[in-house]
Design a protein around this ligand. Structure first.
Ligand code: SF4
Length: 166
């Protein structure tokens, strides 16, 4: 495709990014106040503790071009050492209990724990499974919980905005 055609197509398509509501039905820990150091910009490390991957698809969409969480100051990072926020999805499986605890320990203070999806609080569909040791609340104190199975990208972005304040 020529550059001219490409530019015309870009102009014709316009912006895909949607305006999003700043709030959603979040469950915020009593007394939680976002650390002042994290206002404006945070690094987010995702941890899948045992999800079905439904929440990952919505989390991926939250950082895609339509929902674009980065414009609100949240960006994904590859290591908990670089993270301010841990975004945890799924129940906690037997194999992931120790890695999740280690990831929390590796994340510098002040850190914020965001749990995404019904599995992270109450185990959702997987309650009672032989492979499950508990929910995320059993392993770490959660600051912001995003309910839903799976939650919409808007709700995930709203949870991150509650930390960045943007
Ligand atoms: S909350 Fe629903 S979509 Fe998310 S990991 Fe659990 S079962 Fe899958």
């Amino acid at each position: 495709m020529s550059v001219g055609r490409l530019l015309r197509r870009i102009v014709r398509t316009g912006r895909a990014t949607q305006d999003l509501p700043a709030t959603a039905e979040l469950q915020v820990r009593d007394g939680f106040v976002p650390p002042a150091q994290l206002r404006g910009s945070v690094g987010v490390r995702h941890v899948d503790a045992g999800s079905c991957n439904g929440c990952e698809i919505e989390l991926g969409a939250a950082f895609g071009p339509v929902y674009d969480a980065e414009r609100y100051g949240a960006r994904l990072v590859a290591s908990p050492r670089h993270a301010d926020v841990l975004a945890v999805t799924g129940v906690v499986t037997a194999n992931m209990a120790t890695p999740l605890g280690n990831t929390v320990e590796a994340t510098p203070q002040p850190r914020v724990i965001v749990s995404i999806g019904d599995c992270t609080r109450g185990c959702g569909l997987f309650a009672g499974s032989y492979a499950v040791v508990g929910d995320v609340d059993d392993v770490v104190e959660v600051d912001v919980h995003v309910p839903g199975c799976p939650p919409a990208p808007e709700a995930i972005v709203a949870a991150l905005r509650a930390v960045t304040g943007r």
